[in-house]
Write a protein that binds this ligand. Structure first.
Ligand code: XMP
Length: 515
């Protein structure tokens, strides 16, 4: 395992991501981590970049004990400046900030440096204001760039390297090879992080944690995370895992039935489906405020879940001890990444209410995985391809895609329109290219004509976006003919719709959802 100490760079998590691409396992901890408090010994340490200046008061510094571990160390950007600061302090403000591409070449006579094995002249991504003004004591130059005479440095005797550029971003051609040279060749980290191995070790871990009689409860939604987590639990403890699917009345067309069939008949998961559509719709009556809708749906869900959990009596008379949550690694990273000297640790609130009331222990089998790893795992465990690649769907469902009041009639219209849109997207082979797509129902009436009849009905707004992180998003550019087909079908097939529009706003300033 490689330890990545995070100094707060926006790229830190990418270091872990890249290492995993060649099956090396790495863990990230804040740069303030005390080495004596680590419960494991890393095979190598990477010091990440960060937005600070090493020479200013209050800037973060690494625990010096990291140098007593006797393992290879690689400092990236701020991490390199930290090495220089510790070894002679030759760091200053660069004459100009360097941001973007640069060409780096390995110095003559340094071709054998193991960090750059097989690499000499390459393009890198630079993003820094400070730079080394001098070689730190005991170091030599390994590579230079036009603006950075110390683009890469290495210690004369110890396995310590510093690089000014970011090998973890894809703009650095061969960055992955450099990280691989470090982790695999220099640190001798084994390349056994595969989803196949993960299944085995995680199942063992779950069995040990839960014990021979323990029981676990968890909510499933039909999304990839909860399904993969539920399948893992089922493989580990069989029917001692209880999955609950709550039909809140605002899921998509046929979704509840489809999910039920896939999870029970297909995947053998011990599932209870609770039909609470009327209860949810009853509580949503007359509510138009988006945040109120969210709150009502969230609270009602917790109420039902707790009631169902109470009713589950384990065979041996024991009690349910654990709550399953499909937390992924990005959430974990978000909560442990370094956020400045006055760091506060964020906790997850997804199931906060449940945890407080039910006194359950959390079990999070996916907490080490990135989304694409969860998908890979899903495919390996035989979860249907369609489910594995399903677009994300918000917890409050169609309720936040119906502007204004949510009624059974409105849900019906939004659902049917959404179904046609998604069906056409799949038919056109665009589903995977698009990150998320849906239909929103606008309670605005407009005039239309159907046959010889004047109509006066509502509007469907189609939304389709491309994004990598859902923090920013671009609207998807469809062929005109495609939009024409979808619009024609919706107006013809969905009663209550007179007009279809396509949302061409990016995020920001708009959000993905309409509410
Ligand atoms: P926004 O609308 O915030 O959406 O740009 C970004 C992503 O988050 C999803 N989303 C939600 N998911 N509960 C959820 O579980 C919510 O209340 C919620 N609101 C937005 C949205 O679908 C998109 O993927």
């Amino acid at each position: 395992t490689i330890l990545v100490l995070d100094f707060g760079s926006q790229y830190s998590h990418l270091i872990i991501r890249r290492l995993r691409e060649f099956n090396v396992y790495a863990e990230m901890l804040p740069c303030t981590q005390k080495i004596s408090e680590l419960s494991w010994k890393p095979q190598g340490v990477i010091l990440s970049g960060g937005p600070y200046s090493v020479y200013l008061d209050g800037s973060p510094h690494v625990d010096m004990a990291v140098f007593d571990l006797g393992v290879p160390i690689l400092g990236i950007c701020y991490g390199m400046q930290e090495l220089a600061w510790i070894n002679g302090r030759g760091v200053g403000e660069g004459d100009k900030k360097e941001f973007g591409h640069a060409q780096v070449h390995v110095e003559k006579g340094r071709e054998n440096d193991p960090l750059f094995a097989g690499i000499d002249d390459f393009q890198v991504w630079m993003s820094h204001g400070d730079k080394l003004s001098d070689l730190p004591t005991g170091f030599h130059t390994v590579a230079t760039s036009g603006n950075s005479p110390y683009a890469a440095i290495a210690h004369d005797e110890k396995p310590i390297w510093g690089i000014q550029f970011h090998p973890e971003v894809t703009h650095t051609a061969r960055g992955k090879e450099i990280l691989k040279n470090f982790a695999v060749n220099i640190c001798k980290s084994s390349q056994n992080w595969t989803m196949k191995n993960f299944i085995e070790t995680e199942i063992e871990r779950i069995r040990t944690l839960v014990g021979p009689t323990g029981e676990v409860i968890g909510a499933v939604s039909g999304g990839v995370d909860s399904t993969v987590a539920a399948k893992l639990m089922t493989e580990a403890i069989g029917d001692r895992f209880h999955a609950i699917l709550v039909d809140n009345g605002v899921m998509r067309l046929n979704e509840c039935a489809t999910v039920k069939k896939t999870l029970t008949a297909g995947l053998g998961i011990n599932l209870q489906v609770i039909d609470a559509a009327d209860l949810f719709l009853g509580k949503l009556k007359g509510v138009t405020d988006p945040e109120k809708k969210r709150k009502i749906i969230g609270n009602t869900f917790i109420e039902i879940f707790e009631e169902v959990a109470e009713g589950i009596k384990p065979k041996d008379g024991g009690e349910i001890e654990f709550l399953l949550q499909g937390t992924l690694y990005p959430d974990v990273i978000e909560s442990i990444s370094f956020k400045g000297p006055s760091q506060t640790i964020k906790t997850h609130h997804n199931v906060g209410g449940l945890l407080d009331n039910m006194k359950l222990k959390l079990i999070e089998p996916l907490r080490e995985l990135f989304k694409d790893e969860v998908r890979q795992l899903g495919e390996l465990m035989g979860i249907p391809h369609d489910l594995v690649w399903r677009h994300p769907f918000p917890g409050p469902g169609i309720a936040i895609r119906i502007l204004g009041e949510v009624t059974a009639e409105q849900v019906e219209i939004a659902r049917n329109a959404d179904h046609i849109f998604i069906e056409e997207i799949k038919k056109a082979g665009l589903y995977k290219e698009i990150s998320q797509a849906f239909a929103a129902l606008l309670p605005v009436r407009s005039v239309g004509v159907m046959g010889d009849q004047r109509t006066y009905e509502q509007v469907i707004a189609l939304r389709a976006i491309e994004t990598t992180d859902f923090m920013t998003a671009d609207w998807y550019i469809f062929e005109a003919a495609f939009l024409k087909t979808v619009a024609r079908r919706i107006v013809n097939e969905v009663k209550g719709v007179a007009r279809v529009v396509y949302d061409i706003t990016s995020k920001p300033p708009a959000t993905v959802e309409w509410e």
